[in-house]
Ligand binder design. Structure first.
Ligand code: VGL
Ligand code: ZN
Length: 186
């Protein structure tokens, strides 16, 4: 599918943060490869007057998802640390809407829709269709996309703008997305 931004469309960028890129606390192989791809989509969105929503994983110290607290992950994206910053080369215009998640003490929020109010915000902004990329394909991108479909949004995954934690996880995630009615673009 070609890039056909239209009225009611939005670009959604998930968790492109330093800790998820090589050298970070929870590095995803070639995680930083999504940056130049997304920068082209961001530039197109700006040129087409398509709004951009950007999520960030933003954990308190000792978060429930960290191994030290019985969770699955090494500490990462701790609030106000360097690793929690967006990748420095990500070309975000000042007009982006930021969605902060992973802040809750009682559960992790892999999905950008999980108790963030994002679905309401998108509806208020007149959005029906989401073009989505970011990190990681088999964790937060997957959870966000499945919630987006449950919330009734049309979803297009930008395939070369995402990378998985594991290859097998990425393939499984892609199948789950397709089963949920997600469309794909290069
Ligand atoms: C993520 C693992 C832990 C993600 C967040 O953004 O995909 N993965 N926290
Ligand atoms: Zn996290």
């Amino acid at each position: 599918m070609n890039n056909r931004f239209d009225r009611g469309h939005a670009l959604v960028v998930i968790d492109v943060q330093k800790d998820f890129c090589p050298g970070g606390a929870l590095p995803i192989e070639n995680g930083d490869a999504v940056v130049p791809v997304l920068n082209r989509w961001i530039a197109q969105a700006v040129a087409s007057d398509v709004p951009i929503y950007v999520s960030r994983d933003w954990h308190p110290v000792g978060h429930i998802s960290f191994a030290e607290s019985g969770g699955a992950w090494p500490p990462h994206c701790i609030q106000d640390t360097d690793g929690a910053r967006f990748h420095p080369d990500l070309g975000l215009p000042s007009s982006v809407v930021k969605v902060t998640k992973g802040v809750r003490f009682d559960h992790d929020q892999n999905s950008a829709f999980d108790e963030t109010g994002l679905a309401m915000k998108l509806r208020r902004d007149g959005i029906t269709t989401l073009w989505i990329g970011g990190l990681a394909q088999d964790v937060c991108v997957l959870a966000t996309i499945l919630d987006a479909r449950r919330e009734g949004f049309d979803v297009i995954l930008i395939e070369n703008a995402t990378r998985p934690v594991t290859l097998a996880g990425g393939e499984k995630a892609l199948q789950e997305m397709l089963d949920a009615g997600v469309r794909l673009t290069a």
